[in-house]
Design a protein around this ligand. Structure first.
Ligand SMILES: *[C@@H]1O[C@H](CO)[C@@H](O)[C@H](O)[C@H]1NC(C)=O
Ligand SMILES: *[C@@H]1O[C@H](CO)[C@@H](O)[C@H](O)[C@H]1NC(C)=O
Ligand SMILES: *[C@@H]1O[C@H](CO)[C@@H](O)[C@H](O)[C@H]1NC(C)=O
Ligand SMILES: *[C@@H]1O[C@H](CO)[C@@H](O)[C@H](O)[C@H]1NC(C)=O
Ligand SMILES: *[C@@H]1O[C@H](CO)[C@@H](O)[C@H](O)[C@H]1NC(C)=O
Ligand SMILES: *[C@@H]1O[C@H](CO)[C@@H](O)[C@H](O)[C@H]1NC(C)=O
Ligand SMILES: *[C@@H]1O[C@H](CO)[C@@H](O)[C@H](O)[C@H]1NC(C)=O
Ligand SMILES: *[C@@H]1O[C@H](CO)[C@@H](O)[C@H](O)[C@H]1NC(C)=O
Length: 338
């Protein structure tokens, strides 16, 4: 007889306990409500209602122990519009912030985000955000990954990014950035470094200091960079797999240089590179993509090794390259030293 009410009591106790565990901290709850309000209560946040625990809300991630909100990941909504809400900065325990593919989100990256001292991964990509890459990012010392790609950011890359001790990945591709590349960018990277700066309007030289950075992937393509790429080539770059410096204004002599031994992807196309192709390229067993087209190279294309992988489209439009897969060299060796 007494078993039934007891069971009910037990059930409601269990329900209360699980709700408490999923309920985020009051301050985080208030911040989330303020974010929702600032964005005009978009349909995207339809699950953000008082009758469900805020750790269960769509896009919200809580730390299991503390119940604090540590992640906010808002993806893929062409309707959501307005500026990035300052209220995000009130999620003081935030470690991951992702705003991705929200093309109607606009305005500048707000200064308030400087307060997020625990932020480790910041992604604001494929949005309508404009204004500068803020220099306050150099104060977010916990940052490991910064992705501000596919926005409309202008101005220079702040040198303060070089101060970040744990930052190993920077993606600023497809913005309207100008000026030079900060010389110490990623010089403190504790791990293999990843850098995407392609499709901007960056000028000046590739920093010589890059020679000391342990890059795994570097893409500087489609800018207005000048000088040489010697700091990315050369022996001892055994981590470097992907090098793309295509479509710049680099002018240097490639003869006698060495490619990174483990490279899988090398694109030097559309520059003003002269000299010959180093025969060592034939020794790169992992190389899948090789493009030196639209330069001023001359002499015989190296043979042997894996060179049969590359057709004439790797060598188009140079000064006087010859040999398979291009037409045979007339005499060997061609005198291109004048
Ligand atoms: C975007 O707005 C349109 C028109 O108001 C609506 O049909 C659609 O469901 C909305 N999409 C999202 C993801 O909110
Ligand atoms: C952040 O929290 C503080 C203190 O709770 C509050 O006064 C402020 O209005 C909040 N900021 C925003 C933008 O919601
Ligand atoms: C950052 O997180 C740690 C725990 O991981 C916490 O002690 C600290 O208060 C947090 N910082 C801020 C500003 O909330
Ligand atoms: C950098 O990363 C290390 C290892 O993960 C961590 O112990 C350290 O606290 C981090 N530094 C900062 C400033 O967050
Ligand atoms: C790129 O920068 C140069 C100056 O360095 C400027 O003259 C040019 O207008 C810029 N181009 C674009 C597309 O912003
Ligand atoms: C690069 O290649 C060398 C041999 O040339 C090898 O010992 C090394 O493990 C490779 N490094 C990476 C990161 O693949
Ligand atoms: C290519 O590899 C072979 C065999 O390991 C070596 O003898 C030769 O010196 C290498 N060539 C270059 C240009 O590095
Ligand atoms: C190399 O780049 C040129 C110019 O962008 C392109 O036409 C060609 O197809 C590329 N070659 C390969 C092998 O990808």
């Amino acid at each position: 007889m007494a078993a039934f009410p007891l069971l009910l009591l037990l059930c409601s106790l269990l329900l209360a306990a699980s709700t408490a565990a999923d309920q985020c901290h009051d301050d985080d709850h208030a911040a989330l409500v303020a974010i929702d309000t600032a964005l005009g209560s978009p349909y995207h946040f339809a699950s953000w209602t008082p009758d469900s625990a805020c750790c269960d809300w769509y896009d919200v991630d809580c730390d299991a122990e503390s119940g604090r909100v540590i992640g906010l990941r808002v993806f893929q909504d062409t309707n959501m519009s307005g500026a990035i809400p300052d209220a995000i900065a009130n999620l003081t325990f935030l470690q991951t912030l992702t705003l991705h593919h929200l093309p109607a989100i606009s305005g500048a990256i707000p200064d308030s985000l400087a307060a997020l001292s625990n932020l480790s991964q910041l992604t604001i990509s494929h949005t309508g955000v404009s204004g500068p890459v803020p220099s306050f990012l150099g104060m977010l010392t916990a940052l490991t990954v910064l992705d501000l790609s596919y926005n409309s950011l202008t101005g220079a890359i702040p040198a303060s990014l070089a101060d970040l001790p744990n930052l190993s990945s920077i993606n600023l591709r497809r913005n309207h950035l100008s000026g030079t590349i900060p010389s110490l960018l990623l010089s403190k990277s504790p791990d293999q470094a990843y850098l995407w700066l392609s499709s901007n309007n960056l000028s000046g030289a590739i920093p010589a200091e890059f020679a000391a950075v342990d890059f795994a992937h570097i893409d500087l393509s489609r800018n207005a960079l000048t000088g040489d790429a010697a700091c990315l080539l050369g022996a001892g770059k055994s981590s470097l797999q992907h090098v793309d410096v295509s479509r710049n204004a680099l002018r240097f002599d490639l003869s006698g240089m060495e490619f990174p031994e483990n490279a899988t992807y090398i694109d030097l196309s559309h520059n003003g590179i002269r000299g010959g192709i180093p025969t060592q390229v034939a020794n790169l067993t992992n190389l899948q993509q090789f493009n030196v087209s639209f330069n001023r190279l001359c002499g015989e294309v190296p043979a042997g090794g894996n060179m049969a992988r590359f057709d004439r489209y790797s060598y188009l439009h140079n000064k006087c390259l010859c040999g398979a897969p291009l037409t045979a060299c007339r005499q060997r060796p061609i005198n291109y030293l004048h």
